[in-house]
Design a protein around this ligand. Structure first.
Ligand SMILES: C[S@@+](CC[C@H](N)C(=O)[O-])C[C@H]1O[C@@H](n2cnc3c(N)ncnc32)[C@H](O)[C@@H]1O
Length: 415
């Protein structure tokens, strides 16, 4: 990155730190006391590795609170956080002091100077950062050089189609030479209230209450450096940096088997595509994705993805995702459904999963320690026959597709 652009970005975040600084992480800390939440998070990243809490974690471009949150979440882990902006570092240091986070080190450092830390990491979290770099490829390569051989990266980058309205208003602001100052942002908020109905930005303003805050608006519309990646561009981006895609953080919205995509006439054809083509088609059909949030590995790491096709799935231990709720409002259920499972963190409301009575019994028997085989045996209270096993297999596969469960598959393969 040239020094000019870096200074612009740094100056921007010093004046408009994003996300909005937090004073209290008490609620966050209480949430993460739940061991199931920590297990679900660990096995989302490492389905086939035995659970542990002492990983080394880099938060690259930590912003105001992300690093402190990780340090609270994983008290036995060693967390290193870097950010370009002095304001972000100051907010992080304040949270570090307030919550006595002795497992957290914070450095004011750009990503391209990562080698100066002389450290490598089991996990790298870099969300909302790479698309702001002048040279995102060099940034991703720099992260790759400090990732341990079996490490995982959680990356979030912008997606183009859902942000079309943002790029139009960025261009509008650019043509009018509107810079990120408090007065300009106030005026921009006034103008946005008068945006004509049907403008591509309108939907987004309605959906994202965050935009009422100046820093969020500045981050979206007046950022000095910002690009977005479609699914194929994202895969090229990873490939060029020596990384392999592992999974989406929330995958249901990309899958032909879930929600509206399972009901379109082209659904079967969609499901037969290669995974990358299926995801690309899902992005085009949904049309409103704002970001892609996913996990990647080094391309020399052997990945054992969760699969319900072979013979090992009965040994998987399902863990419910913490955002999933079971809803049993009788008069609002689809025909033949005993309940509906909803992952409350899904942005798209079509991604609910109706379940039958036997499936509900299976779901109720998940406790984060039993394998699918044990759950099936318990639920049907006898050694399961072929039909029961197939009921279980297809149900747990659906839970997987719909982000209702993650799986601890560490007992079937310890790489
Ligand atoms: C949108 S914020 C995201 C913060 C955080 N990752 C999160 O998701 O909450 C982007 C952050 O990246 C930082 N940043 C931008 N360019 C950077 C670079 N080259 N090296 C390190 N940090 C950078 C900014 O200062 C800012 O704090």
């Amino acid at each position: 990155m040239t020094d000019d652009v870096r200074e612009d970005v740094c100056d921007f975040y010093d004046r408009y730190p994003y996300p909005r600084p937090l004073d209290s992480l008490d609620a966050y800390r209480a949430q993460w006391q739940d061991p199931q939440r920590r297990h679900a998070d660990f096995h989302l990243h490492w389905p086939t590795r035995p659970y542990r809490e002492d990983s080394s974690i880099l938060i690259a471009g930590c912003g105001t609170s992300q690093a402190a949150k990780h340090a609270i979440r994983w008290p036995s882990a060693k967390i290193i956080a870097i950010d370009l902006s002095a304001t972000s570092i100051r907010h992080t240091e304040e949270l570090k002091r307030k919550y006595n986070l002795t497992n957290l080190q914070v450095h004011q450092l750009p990503i391209d100077r990562l080698p100066e830390l002389n450290s490598t990491f089991d996990q790298i979290v870099c969300t909302g950062v790479l698309h702001h770099l002048r040279d995102p490829d060099a940034g991703l390569r720099a992260l790759r050089t400090v990732l341990n051989p079996h490490g995982t990266m959680h990356i979030m980058i912008y997606a183009p189609y859902g942000r079309a309205g943002i790029y139009m208003l960025q261009d509008f602001a650019h043509r009018l030479k509107i810079r990120a100052t408090d007065d300009n942002i106030r005026d921009l908020i006034t103008a946005l209230r008068l945006l004509p109905p049907g403008h591509p930005l309108e939907n987004l303003l309605r959906q994202a209450p965050d935009f009422r805050h100046e820093a969020a608006l500045a981050d979206a519309l007046l950022h000095p450096q910002d690009r977005a990646y479609s699914v194929p561009q994202l895969f090229d981006f990873l490939h060029a940096a020596g990384l392999t895609f592992a999974r989406w953080i929330k995958q249901a919205q990309y899958f032909a088997h879930c929600g509206v995509l399972s009901r379109i006439p082209q659904s079967t054809r969609l499901a037969q595509l290669r995974a990358i083509d299926q995801y690309a088609a899902a992005e085009l059909f949904r049309g409103t994705m704002l970001r892609h949030s996913f996990i990647a590995h080094r391309d020399d790491d052997e990945i054992h993805p969760i699969s319900f096709a072979g013979t090992t799935w009965p040994t998987y231990i399902p863990i419910r995702t913490p955002e999933t709720i079971l809803v049993e409002v009788k008069d609002r259920l689809p025909p033949n459904a005993a309940a509906v499972l909803i992952n409350q963190s899904h942005i798209y409301t079509d991604l609910f999963l109706p379940i039958t009575d036997p499936q509900k019994l299976l779901f109720d028997t998940i406790d984060g320690t039993r394998t699918i085989a044990e759950i099936t045996e318990r639920t049907f209270s006898s050694p399961p026959d072929q039909e029961h096993l197939e009921t279980a297999r297809s149900f747990f596969e659906k839970l997987w597709w719909h982000d209702q469960a993650v799986f601890d598959a560490s007992n079937q393969s310890q790489n």
